[in-house]
Ligand binder design. Structure first.
Ligand code: PLP
Length: 444
């Protein structure tokens, strides 16, 4: 019997014992192609020599020093590198241990900014349905996934949720995708007017939605309109790039594609590539200066923030991106991955949509392609697909969200940036075989 409290009780899991490039190897020697990088984490695969070397060097020199007493050379170097690469004037990096911590820091900093500015009446956040921002109570409150929130609802701050930009489901036949994007972005303006714009702190969104909607890039022009609305009412724009950031979509920051800048950006996952737990919140000169010239300290913090070993690992990850020119590779190889998925799945009766950007691709499953009716919850399509893929030596990330109260089943693919073409073919073959197997099982 296991004494580890796994996230799913009474589940027998294989033990991962080794990593080899894009593969994970279990205790029996079975190899699993990591098609989702865990949850869009392992962007360099599982045995990157440069990152391992950097971690060893840092641990040999110094593993950890409390960030309230010391900075480290690696934290300074990572801060400088990240802020120099980030769009706009995101000049400061606040380092934490993961995505939810980064989101909590973002929400609190946004609030503190307005308190420092003498606008304490700004107390509300606006977010989107079909979004995920983490599992701690603040992050869960802004998240828009009903089943994750349900039992904790009485504990959550009250947040308004507007529609996501979900062209596959919501774009009307009589409008272009640009018009659709403007229409749905304008919901933010309406919500702000309903709330009273000077009571709102920030709007938070994922530039490309990840876990709750099986990868959902916004249509062109949507985020430009969102930025305009935020500026018009003096509301901050927080972009959560915990999953879609760090090169995953073919640009280092996903919102580079949208041609906008943010006031606060959260990153994690790919930042450490899984070699160490790490997250970060990046913010602008203006917000930093408001705190710096006000109370002088950000009223927040965690024991492991700016952990020296995590800093060294992330620095090596960013160096690998540059030295191996991986982010540009993600753009071109991602298009080929999507083309291959579409070619193999476009006629599948349960495949409604194949979409994504770079090495961040999603497939949405439906019961009926014409009506787009979601697969019923009771099919447990996602759980079956996970099981079947694992049996076939493939780790992918299937999940069930909710669409109009019904389950929407998706699978998310986020392979390591080093995925070769033959590994890509293996990924697609194994995924298609698993989808076919589960489809037969569900409707036999
Ligand atoms: N934000 C987004 C967009 C995420 O996808 C996630 C995790 O999947 C989080 C925040 C939370 O990150 P973590 O699981 O590291 O706390």
């Amino acid at each position: 019997m296991s004494h580890v409290f796994h996230r799913q009780c009474n589940q027998k899991l294989p033990a991962a014992v080794k990593g080899d490039g894009v593969y994970l190897i279990d205790q029996s020697g079975k190899r699993y192609l990591d098609a989702s990088g865990g949850a869009a984490v392992s962007c360099l695969g599982h045995s990157h020599a440069g990152v391992r070397e950097a971690l060893h060097q840092q641990i040999d020199a110094l593993a950890y020093a409390h960030s309230g007493f010391f900075t480290t050379e690696t934290a300074e170097a990572l801060g400088e590198k990240l802020t120099s690469l980030a769009p706009g004037d995101l000049n400061y990096a606040y380092f934490v241990s993961g995505g939810s911590e980064a989101v909590e820091a973002a929400l609190k900093l946004a609030r503190q900014y307005f308190v420092e500015k003498g606008e304490p009446q700004r107390q509300r956040f606006i977010a989107r349905r079909q979004s995920y921002h983490g599992n701690t109570l603040g992050a869960l409150a802004v998240g828009g996934n009903e089943w994750r929130r349900a039992q904790f609802a009485p504990l959550l701050i009250d947040v308004a949720h507007i529609a996501p930009c979900y062209a596959y489901r919501d774009q009307r036949e009589d409008e272009t995708s640009f018009e659709y994007g403007q229409r749905v972005a304008n919901e933010l303006e309406q919500q702000l007017l309903d709330e009273g714009p000077d009571t709102v702190i920030a709007f938070i969104a994922e530039p490309v939605v990840g876990a709750t909607a099986g990868v959902l890039p916004a249509v062109d022009g949507y985020f430009k309109r969102i930025r305009e609305i935020c500026d018009k009412y003096g509301v901050l724009l927080i972009l959560d790039e915990v999953m879609c950031g760090m090169g995953r979509t073919g640009t280092l920051f996903a919102h580079e594609y949208d041609g906008i800048t943010a006031d606060i950006v959260t990153i994690a996952k790919g930042l450490g590539a899984g070699y160490q737990p790490i997250g970060a919140m990046l913010t602008t000169e203006e917000i930093y200066q408001a705190v710096s010239s006000g109370t002088g300290f950000f009223q927040h913090g965690h024991t492991y923030m700016a952990h020296a070993t995590a800093m060294a690992g992330s620095l090596a990850v960013l160096n690998a991106f540059e030295n191996e020119q991986l982010v540009a590779r993600v753009g071109t190889e991602g298009e080929l991955l999507q083309a291959s998925l579409k070619e193999r799945l476009v006629d599948h009766p349960f495949v409604g949509d194949v979409r994504g950007r770079g090495f961040f691709q999603g497939i949405e499953f439906v019961a009926d392609r014409a009506t787009k009716a979601p697969l019923p919850v009771k099919t447990q399509f996602h759980a079956r697909l996970k099981r079947s893929a694992m049996e076939n030596g493939l780790m992918c990330y299937p999940m069930a969200g909710t669409i109009d109260g019904q389950a929407g089943h998706h699978v998310l693919l986020a392979p390591p940036f080093i995925l070769s073409r033959s590994e890509r073919d293996e990924l697609v073959d194994k995924l298609v075989a698993s989808i076919n197997h589960v489809s037969e099982e569900v409707y036999k």
